[in-house]
Design a protein around this ligand. Structure first.
Ligand code: ZN
Length: 453
């Protein structure tokens, strides 16, 4: 089959569709590099939005790191019907649906199960959404079917970019699957927007980290399943981990596998509560996408390997006020003697520093320090492939920080610079050690203490 692009050129596609959805049919191009999506019923709004998405807004996906986060359409198809050409999703990527629930995950290779890559995936999804929202766009249909991930590396790509909500173009009223669409969309009191995206995003992050839907619990509101859904997922839904109403909390055998948000630390616990308590009725209360990135980057620094070789998830979070026991396999965590904790401090001018709220790094062996730790305003990478600039080592019973390529790693003593640790050298991480990672006023400092398990 031949399709005509807007610029007058032709592209040859395989005759049989790769897939068919509610919106259109997808064909692979014969060069094997792209797919073509032909819409069943193009609306005037879609005709108006597509040139903007394929045109100006395509800059959002410019650059290696960003281009991987989105499967951004690169051309408009005008014949036989309106459509778009899209890059093919790279090998190794799968629908996020496979990772969302433990049941689906059970049929996948064991290597797909790593709680650490779930945190990285959650953080990358939040970064991708932050970038869209920052340009005034909304995805409008964030769901596990529209997000593809590589479970081994934690890489993420958002698909269905052609459905973006673009400023100046009225979006259709309701889109998406009930589990992921915002309560106000479910009851048809709003149109898709960045605010409705924020509900979907919070649901996805919750599911990735805690393996269940935040509003699906034992509470039954109506004998009619459709009516029950509308209540459970709508503005009158009840968060399974509601701080003061436990009536939807999964407790019985049938609802096995309930993990409370406090396992993830006070910052994420408060954010989930804002998203699923106040945020169900007051969309403005939902945490913005950038705040999720912020919290998830901090969580990554507290993820440690489980002490059991048989742990299904392999990693667990360490959080203030939570006993260091693996939530997935119940094995108490064993850390090496005197494992350091690296507390981050932000410079606030005139060589004064204050603690970064909720930000400390578990200094386990091999822990990596990245550019975004060193100074304010550096965005975190969206995959596990980022290049570390320093690393924690354990050598002959001594904990050390190896400087790989930090230009200005300084030891501070009595408020003054004591010595510089050049790239390639290391410094022993003793209790109370203060390190300056970059120059003030944007640079951060680290103060070392010990784990007290
Ligand atoms: Zn475990």
């Amino acid at each position: 089959m031949r399709v005509k692009l807007q610029d007058g050129t032709f592209v040859t596609c395989e005759p049989r569709p790769l897939g068919q959805g509610g919106v259109g049919r997808v064909f692979r191009t014969t060069d094997g590099r792209s797919v073509v999506k032909l819409f069943h019923h193009p609306t005037p709004e879609l005709e108006k939005a597509l040139p903007l998405i394929v045109g100006d807004y395509r800059r959002i996906a410019d650059g290696t790191e960003w281009s991987e986060l989105y499967r951004w359409p690169d051309a408009i198809v005008v014949e036989p019907t309106l459509g778009v050409r899209l890059p093919l999703v790279a090998d190794g990527f799968h629908e996020l649906s496979w990772l969302i629930f433990l049941k689906a995950l059970a049929s996948r290779p064991p290597s797909w199960r790593s709680w650490r890559s779930r945190v990285v995936i959650a953080s990358a999804i939040a970064s991708a959404v932050t970038r869209l929202h920052g340009s005034g766009l909304a995805h409008s249909d964030l769901s596990p079917r529209n997000i593809w991930v590589d479970p081994l590396t934690g890489r993420v790509t958002l698909i269905d970019i052609d459905g973006l909500v673009v400023p100046g173009v009225v979006p259709p009223q309701v889109l998406g699957t009930p589990e992921y669409i915002a309560p106000e969309l479910l009851v048809k009191q709003a149109r898709p927007s960045s605010t409705t995206d924020l509900h979907s995003l919070a649901v996805l992050i919750y599911q990735l980290l805690l393996y269940r839907h935040p509003l699906r619990g034992p509470r039954v509101c109506s004998p009619d399943p459709a009516e029950d859904d509308l209540v459970a997922l709508g503005p009158d839904g009840l968060f399974v981990d509601h701080p003061s109403d436990a009536s939807n909390r999964p407790v019985s055998e049938e609802w096995a596998g309930f993990w409370p948000t406090r396992l993830l630390g006070p910052q994420l616990m408060e954010m989930f509560s804002r998203a699923f308590v106040a945020g169900l009725r007051s969309p403005g209360a939902r945490p913005p996408a950038g705040e999720w990135v912020h919290a998830l980057v901090r969580l990554t620094d507290r993820v440690v390997a489980c002490s059991s070789k048989r742990c299904p998830e392999g990693f667990l979070p360490l959080s203030d006020g939570v006993a260091p026991i693996c939530p997935w396999c119940r094995t108490p965590l064993k850390l090496r003697k005197r494992t350091p904790v690296l507390h981050l401090y932000q410079g606030i001018g005139d060589h004064r520093y204050e603690p970064e709220p909720h930000w400390w790094i578990a200094g386990t062996e091999g822990r990596r320090i990245y550019p975004w730790h060193t100074a304010k305003g550096i965005a975190a990478a969206t995959s596990m492939n980022a290049r570390p600039i320093a690393e924690v080592e354990h050598d002959n019973g001594v904990w050390r920080l190896r400087n790989h390529e930090l230009a200005e790693l300084r030891v501070i003593r009595d408020g003054r610079e004591h010595r510089v640790i050049p790239a390639g050298d290391s410094v022993a991480l003793h209790d109370g050690l203060t390190l300056l990672l970059a120059a003030p006023p944007r640079g951060r400092a680290i103060i070392v203490s010990r784990f007290d398990l």
